[in-house]
Design a protein around this ligand. Structure first.
Ligand SMILES: [Zn+2]
Ligand SMILES: [Zn+2]
Length: 178
């Protein structure tokens, strides 16, 4: 995500529009389907460079209930403060969320938006994606994916106190036989 627009940003109120159609930046720790697409407008507002734009990408995740692999759309509404300072080291990719303020975006005289995009991607990842809103998930007893049909387990609700008691009794009988 490298752009030759450094000179445009040097003047006060100088601006540049960066069209993004790039693979996900390194260190994002997520698999994406296709490139990240969108536009980021950079404006020199005096004390810093303001980056505003919207990016979209589909990420490969698993349904949080039934664990089926799926694609989830991610939309990043970006409005960040950046600095025309050097991205010195690859360690910048290990930066934590607290460092989001004033992200450095300069690599020699090239504007590099990889770190800015990486941070925004990471904070916008879906936390509990669902393959469909009414996904019934997995059977807690046999692990059957209930999207694919009912299993043979008893559907009656087991009182958790009785379940605990049964566990204890089972433990006793194991001891006795061993
Ligand atoms: Zn599911
Ligand atoms: Zn079952």
């Amino acid at each position: 995500m490298r752009f030759r627009c450094y000179e445009q940003l040097l003047a006060s109120r100088g601006a540049a529009v960066c069209e993004i159609e790039h693979p996900p930046p390194p260190g994002a720790d997520v698999e994406c389907e296709g490139p990240i697409r969108g536009t980021i407008k950079l404006t020199n507002v005096g004390s810093h460079i303001r980056a505003v734009g919207t990016l979209r990408v589909a990420v490969r995740v698993s349904c949080s209930r039934c664990l089926t692999p799926m694609l989830a759309p991610v939309e990043m509404e970006i409005d960040e403060e950046c600095q025309l300072t050097q991205i010195d080291e690859p360690d910048a990719y290990e930066a934590t969320a607290e460092d989001i303020a004033e992200t450095p975006i300069l690599d020699d005289d090239i504007i590099d938006l990889s770190e800015l995009v990486r941070q925004n991607l990471v904070v916008n990842l879906p936390t509990s994606p669902l393959c469909r809103p009414e996904c019934p998930g997995l059977c807690p007893q046999c692990g059957q994916n209930l999207n694919e049909g009912q299993c043979d387990c008893s559907t009656e609700h087991i009182d958790p106190r009785l379940a605990k008691l049964r566990e204890l009794l089972d433990g006793e009988s194991t001891k006795g036989s061993g």
